[in-house]
Design a protein around this ligand. Structure first.
Ligand code: NAP
Length: 490
């Protein structure tokens, strides 16, 4: 948008990842014109703009990990890289007229609900302030990088950075690189950096399950077919959706079914790693799915390289020269890369959302034992605020874009109801939210995520605040039901 100041708006959408852009598109399609989209950076894309590390790609197939209303027949690979996904989001934003509504360089720093007017007062990092009737927060569940507070880190003399803040200016060729963490990001960038590195020491705390990745180029014929006969792409998407959805049985109903996946994982390790000691080190002792299942064909071969060492002794401290393990050995390093993930279970920083009575969302959630919302979207005490990819809406076995579209539809139903009732304030009742969350925590008990491993799905109290404990279709069907009685309207 231009430089003219914006004073107030009916709907403010914050963030331009899949959530924010999808919401803005559907608002425009539904006829809303008084909307504005705020983005901290200077281009759209969310996590696919932030994460640019070598090898960064989605582990959900592209024809599924895209909007149902904007199929892309031109995906180059079954699992596309970050740049192509970011370009897709940008293209959708442009085609649906969202680009003209985006205020770049606007990082939301504080949002306060004003009870007298039932408006949100938004403050941005650049000093701008805007009043909004409704706020839709598409801030992303995986966007606050976590760098562990390791003793001595500040003494390290070389570059040290997080995978989501990749230093493309640091030449890694010939360097001794310490990589901390073996999660979804590390298993993608380690195989990319290892060939040119002098030495890679990979610090593993818990081994992940890594399965073969059925990736390949999309053929010219397939692209032609998807372009010319769009129903073939829809069929392909349904096929992918149901294949992934069926796997949900092991995740949400019968964790014991994951024994088959364990066998597959062990075979994958055996195929690439000959050394029995290394095999033992990379074999997890928990069921696949308890932590996110990772997919890669090049990770185990990278571990088997002569210049890659898997360090499982733990980290004692960091010095100017490198890392001292709990075994007392100093392993020299020129660069440290943190593949240590994000603050997923405890979203938002203190001061970001202040609701009724000026109460901070962090305090409200702390009283409840962790983040919670009604249907992952609405929070009691925070009228006119909607969350995208909010608490307990993540998936272990399907596409988050499917979940986001269900949420977007639900929010539109909510806004339409408010219009019909001429209401200026919508607030979910605390009772409804509490009953809903008790129900999903009950469902959670029989899922794979509660079978005993430690994961980023759980908060500090061991409560799973991130994952939807059912099939994605169940969530979708629930979001189709809109019960006005769940809300207070005024
Ligand atoms: P992650 O999966 O949370 O992995 C973090 C890694 O860092 C884990 O191995 C963890 O060990 C380790 N770690 C954390 N703190 C540590 C400490 N103090 N000392 C030693 N090790 C420590 O993070 P991520 O790889 O950045 O991925 C985060 C999420 O982003 C993924 O799970 C996924 O949902 C998403 N992601 C998705 C894709 C995709 O293709 N869709 C790609 C990349 C990332 P423990 O296991 O012991 O905790």
């Amino acid at each position: 948008m231009g430089s003219e100041a914006l004073d107030s708006v009916e709907v403010a959408v914050v963030g331009t990842g899949f959530g924010g852009i999808g919401m803005a598109v559907q608002l425009l399609e539904a006829g809303y014109r008084d909307i504005a989209v705020f983005e901290k950076a200077d281009r759209v894309g969310g996590t696919w703009r932030e994460n640019t590390y070598p090898g960064c790609a989605c582990d959900v197939p592209s024809h599924l990990y895209s909007f149902s209303f904007a199929p892309n027949p031109n995906w180059s690979r079954m699992f596309s890289g970050w740049r192509e996904i970011r370009d897709y989001i940008e293209d959708v934003a442009r085609r649906y007229g969202v680009m003209d509504r985006i205020w770049f360089g606007h990082e939301l720093t504080a949002a306060r609900f004003d009870e007298a007017t039932s408006l949100w007062h938004l403050n941005f990092s650049n000093g701008a302030t805007v009043k909004a009737r409704y706020v839709v927060a598409g801030l992303g569940p995986l966007h606050e990088p976590v760098v562990p507070d390791l003793p001595g880190l500040k003494d390290f003399k070389g570059p040290a950075f997080h995978s989501a803040q990749w230093r493309h200016d640091v030449d890694l060729a010939g360097k001794r690189i310490a990589v901390i963490g073996t999660g979804a990001s590390a298993i993608q960038f380690v195989p990319q950096i290892a060939p040119a590195a002098g030495q890679v020491d990979l610090y593993q705390r818990t081994p992940p399950w890594v399965m073969p990745k059925p990736d390949r180029d999309v053929t010219a014929f397939e692209k032609w077919m998807f372009r010319t006969l769009p129903f073939t792409q829809r069929l392909w998407r349904y096929w992918q959706y149901w294949t992934y959805e069926m796997r949900g049985i092991g995740f949400v109903r019968r964790p014991s079914f994951m024994e088959r996946a364990r066998k597959m994982g062990v075979e994958h390790i055996a195929e690439h790693i000959g050394d029995p000691e290394l095999r033992a080190k990379v074999t997890p002792d928990y069921l696949p799915g308890c932590k996110r299942i990772l997919i890669a064909n090049d990770y185990y071969p990278a571990l088997a390289r002569d210049n890659v060492s898997l360090v499982t002794e733990g980290i004692d401290r960091i010095t100017a020269e490198g890392i001292i393990g709990k075994d007392g050995v100093l392993r020299p390093a020129d660069v440290i890369i943190f593949g240590t993930g994000f603050e997923a279970a405890e979203p938002f920083h203190r001061g970001l959302f202040a609701g009724v009575g000026g109460r901070d969302i962090k305090d409200v959630w702390a009283e409840k034992g962790g983040a919670e919302a009604y249907k992952g979207v609405a929070v009691a005490g925070f009228p006119n605020l909607f969350l995208l990819a909010g608490p307990n809406t993540g998936l272990g076995n399907n596409s988050i874009v499917f979940i986001l579209e269900a949420q977007i539809g639900y929010i539109l139903d909510c806004l339409a109801e408010a219009k019909a009732r001429r209401a200026g304030r919508i607030e979910v009742t605390d009772t409804r939210q509490t009953v809903y969350n008790a129900e999903i925590q009950e469902m959670m008990k029989r899922t794979i995520w509660m079978t005993g491993c430690n994961s980023w799905y759980l908060n500090a109290n061991g409560k799973n605040t991130t994952i939807w404990p059912g099939f994605s279709l169940q969530y979708h069907l629930r979001m189709k039901e809109f019960e006005a009685a769940d809300y207070r309207w005024s």
